[in-house]
Design a protein around this ligand. Structure first.
Ligand SMILES: Cc1cc2nc3c(=O)[nH]c(=O)nc-3n(C[C@H](O)[C@H](O)[C@H](O)COP(=O)(O)OP(=O)(O)OC[C@H]3O[C@@H](n4cnc5c(N)ncnc54)[C@H](O)[C@@H]3O)c2cc1C
Length: 415
């Protein structure tokens, strides 16, 4: 049985106790400025091959990357609720930009929780400071939802096996994979899941940029090949056996949290665009908003967005208790928020009509991106399986060993 590294829980606890007011001060203003810029430019990024390097560098210098890391690792110790609000603001304008924050946060969260102190000290300040852009490389051709089937091999190399590892395999759909400096790679080491950091400039790393996909077009996505890439053994994160359940599990949990908040922003933006249009646009002499069927679309989208926000808030409050908390709440929030963004953007495009089909329509871009949100970080069906699994465990555990079970009440039996 591999030794489970200490979770470093003291390293990950935020300074703000649950329920306390959350301050994000300057970062909130920085995020607002970034969102305002994205409001104007995101369509261009979407159509012209992706988020420019200059914007990526601006974000890196802004302090917004991995801002939930503790201050001693270069972060701002942001409370999950503050991180969520910032993510929603940016996600409401541009999913690709939100994706940059998400991936950096995923890799940082995994290292914070499962990395050694030397790994944390080495990598985290560079991730938080934006000196390095991170990529998360788990998916393969034959392993998407079922990541346990990855075939990438991580092997100790011959004579220098105690010092070097060799990574070989093919990864697909890596967000910011075309430009990232380092990848957190999921593979198998002696048949067991393992995660390793691979620097992008090492010999044997090849990137194949992906263009023209349905959504997240600005996210500089790439497929990657690792052809016998040698990395120092110290870049193995946690012992083999824990690569998927612990390291990648933590990264995905963090990813779901920020994707949930990004989707809240998308759903709310779509309500805003649709309601504004319906209020001012007239057909014949009648404002669109006077049609009851249009009102029905608006009302449903607004309720879905508000519900998603509440679930995301609940997840944030649960996560404030520290690492490993709020996993169930986060699953639910991501599931509901992705559905709200997908349905809300679809209906916003409907209400906007041809304006919603225009090349620079925010609702149209959210419509394409939101569909992707229902697939990544756990497809909706897979999320349902996980949510139900946790329910069955919780209620099953509570019922077992007692005589509690559900049966029809007999006539005359008191409740
Ligand atoms: C834009 C974009 C960005 C991405 N970024 C990254 C990244 O940065 N890093 C990374 O590693 N990966 C990334 N991915 C990959 C993404 O995580 C996978 O696409 C996702 O996990 C689904 O895997 P798959 O595409 O192989 O679909 P499959 O696993 O083949 O599933 C296809 C469909 O089958 C259904 N399904 C699958 N399993 C089940 C089940 N158990 N029960 C019921 N139904 C099921 C679902 O409807 C699912 O949508 C990205 C993908 C996209 C499109």
């Amino acid at each position: 049985m591999p030794r489970v590294p200490e979770s470093g829980s003291d390293a990950t606890t935020t300074d703000v106790p649950p329920g306390e007011p959350v301050e994000s001060g300057d970062l909130s203003r920085v995020a607002a400025d970034l969102a305002a810029d994205a409001h104007v430019r995101a369509s261009r990024w979407d159509q012209d091959g992706g988020l420019p390097d200059s914007v990526r560098k601006e974000v890196a210098a802004s302090g917004l990357l991995a801002a939930d890391l503790p201050e001693r690792y270069g972060g701002a110790g942001l409370h999950p609720l503050a991180l969520g609000e910032i993510t929603a603001r940016i996600g409401g304008e541009c999913s690709a930009l939100r994706g940059l924050l998400t991936v950096q946060g995923m890799v940082a969260a995994a290292l914070l929780r499962w990395g050694t102190e030397a790994q944390r000290a080495d990598w985290l300040p560079r991730l938080a400071g934006g000196e390095l852009t991170a990529g998360f490389a788990a998916t393969e051709q034959g392993a998407g939802s079922a990541l346990g089937s990855v075939e990438t091999r991580i092997e100790a190399s011959g004579r220098s096996g105690h010092r070097e590892l060799v990574v070989s395999g093919h990864k697909r759909w890596v967000t910011f994979g075309a430009v990232a400096d380092v990848f957190l790679v999921l593979g198998k080491y002696e048949g067991r899941p393992a995660a390793v950091l691979v620097d992008a400039e090492r010999a044997g790393v090849r990137r194949e940029p992906v263009n023209g996909q349905l959504g997240m077009r600005g996210a500089r996505i790439a497929h990657l090949s690792f052809d016998g890439v040698r990395v120092p053994r110290r870049q193995l994160v946690a012992p083999p056996g824990l690569g998927l359940s612990h390291v990648v599990g933590t990264a995905l949990d963090h990813g779901r949290f920020t994707v949930a908040w990004g989707c809240v922003g998308m759903a709310e933006a779509c309500v805003e665009d649709a309601a504004t249009h319906a209020a001012v646009r007239r057909q014949g002499d009648i404002p669109l908003g006077d049609h009851q069927l249009v009102r029905s679309l608006l009302a449903r989208a607004a309720v879905d967005a508000a519900g998603a926000r509440e679930l995301a808030r609940r997840a944030a409050q649960a996560r404030a208790a520290g690492p490993g908390h709020g996993v169930s709440e986060t699953l639910m929030a991501k599931y509901a928020a992705a559905a709200a963004a997908a349905a809300g953007s679809r209906d916003a495009v409907q209400v906007l009509g041809s304006a919603g089909c225009a090349p620079d329509s925010r609702a149209a871009r959210h419509f394409r991106d939101a569909k992707v949100m229902e697939i990544i970080e756990g497809a909706q069906e897979v999320s349902e399986l996980h949510i139900a699994e946790r329910l069955l465990r919780r209620f099953g555990d509570a019922a077992r060993g007692t005589d509690r079970h559900v049966r029809p009440r007999l006539p005359g039996e008191s409740p």
